[in-house]
Design a protein around this ligand. Structure first.
Ligand code: TRP
Length: 455
């Protein structure tokens, strides 16, 4: 007789852990710079639309597959339809998780580095944007600190995942998430009271200007929604497998989607008013947080405190996300290969670290990796596009096809209804899982192929 499967201790524990997975660099670093680069409020509106109509749909689909099968991302498909190729969705998910973790760990390492830099006063005498840029570029091109920070971040992730589901993940996120939320609210209050420029920032962020709308915005907004909600690679299948049969999957999915979106919107609310108050441009690109924020904090009273808190907050958010990325592979090795949790976490962590080294060295530290042949981009950007974008989109497509057409709405609904009194959203969800989500994703992929914008 096998030991009963680990379970989240409570509904709040699950929601905090899953929200912790979803909330990360995607919300606080990626969402604001994508919004800044793509015209502000119009991008935000389309992003929210995809979160509601595709994000929620796939979130519920993944949680249902996980809870029904009580297995990892590969085993779940095997349990529902043994000896079919559907399990390769899970295999793709494990590879994707390792791929995302390898570059995500590098950027997460930057946030950790910026926490210490801010605390040590590195940014206290900045003279304008140029000085901030010099510090950033100098930091990311140092091979030693790049690799050390990557190592430290992966080691932290391995340490927490080794502790197990309820002992490790649940306990840590329970402490970390409310803290994160509190810090963000403080930051928003600070940003909104900065004086002139704030209203300009607010109207950029909240008043849509549809005349600047480009077709790419739809693609970028959908990709951002999937990435931010941790969908498309079995992270939510894995987390769903630890939910008790008594819990309500519909409201659980709803809470996770709501909190993730709330944090992203709050991050934008902290960043844009501050940006405009400092007279800077929202088109800072991927360096936005690292280039512009230190200058903003420097010109604020108690800037060192706010700055250090912000980068600590980013590191915490990233850590609760890297935990879920590692857990997908770890759960597979525990369930299917009968490894111990510690062995699975340590060995996978070593692989992630090794795969991550080229990304860590691709930002100017080594000329081998800063321009990959054929795609002409740094190794980190390549991994981001390949795993953080395409693999997730393809994974989400197959997950919706699996639930909508293979497993079926009736069987999935039966699982959903176990812990829910009624499933009144069923017709809408069924339509989205079967038609809307897969078609929208397909259209986007075809658009990318036809216009040759893959990399
Ligand atoms: N959602 C996280 C973020 O916004 C990143 C993340 C964690 C993720 N687990 C994932 C993305 C699984 C895709 C799939 O930062």
């Amino acid at each position: 007789m096998e030991a009963p499967r680990e379970e989240w201790r409570s509904k709040a524990g699950f929601i905090l852990a899953a929200a912790g997975s979803a909330i990360g660099l995607g919300n606080i670093w990626r969402f604001p710079y994508m919004t800044g680069e793509n015209g502000g409020a119009a991008f935000v509106l389309i992003y929210i639309f995809f979160v509601i109509f595709i994000g929620f749909t796939i979130m519920l689909a993944e949680l249902t597959i996980g809870r029904h099968s009580q297995r990892n991302a590969v085993g779940a498909f095997e349990a529902i339809f043994p000896k079919t190729n559907w399990r390769f969705i899970g295999v793709l998910g494990i590879i994707t998780g390792i791929g995302i973790l390898s570059f995500y760990g590098v950027v997460a390492g930057w946030t950790l580095g910026y926490f210490f830099k801010t605390l040590l006063g590195d940014f206290s005498h900045l003279s304008g944007e140029k000085a901030a840029q010099d510090i950033f570029v100098g930091f990311i091109r140092n091979p030693v600190s790049e690799i050390v920070y990557l190592f430290v971040f992966i080691a932290l992730t391995v340490f927490i995942v080794s502790g197990g589901v309820s002992e490790g993940i649940e306990r840590w996120t329970k402490i970390l998430m409310p803290f994160l939320f509190l810090l963000l609210v403080l930051l928003v209050i600070r940003a909104l009271t900065l004086g002139s420029g704030v209203s300009e920032g607010l109207s950029f962020y909240l008043k849509p200007n549809f005349s600047a709308l480009k077709p790419e915005i739809f693609i970028l907004a959908l990709g951002q929604a999937l990435f931010s909600l941790s969908l498309g690679m079995g992270a939510m299948i894995t987390y769903g497998s630890y939910i008790s049969k008594r819990e309500n999957l519909i409201s659980s999915a709803g809470y996770v989607v709501f909190f993730d979106t709330l944090i992203a919107l709050l991050a934008g609310l902290a960043i844009f008013p501050a940006l405009f108050a400092m007279g800077m441009t929202p088109k800072g690109g991927p360096g936005l947080v690292f280039l512009v924020l230190p200058s903003i904090f420097e010109k604020m009273p108690f800037g060192i405190v706010f700055g250090a808190c912000f980068f600590l907050l980013l590191s915490i958010a990233a850590l609760t996300s890297t935990i879920s990325l590692l857990e997908v592979a770890v759960a597979y090795f525990i369930d299917e290969r009968h490894w111990s949790r510690v062995k699975a976490a340590v060995l996978t962590g070593i692989v992630v670290f090794v795969v991550g080294v080229p990304s860590a060295l691709s930002q100017g530290a080594s000329k081998w990796f800063d321009r990959i042949p054929l795609v002409h981009m740094p190794f980190l950007d390549f991994m981001n596009a390949l795993f953080g974008n395409y693999a997730l989109t393809i994974g989400s497509f197959f997950i919706s096809i699996f639930v909508g057409w293979k497993w079926g709405i009736a069987a999935a609904s039966k699982e959903i209804e176990l812990g829910a009194e009624k499933f009144s959203l069923r017709p809408i969800w069924a339509f989205s899982v079967r038609f809307f989500a897969p078609l929208a994703i397909l259209i986007i992929l075809i658009y990318l192929i036809v216009t040759g914008r893959f990399f």
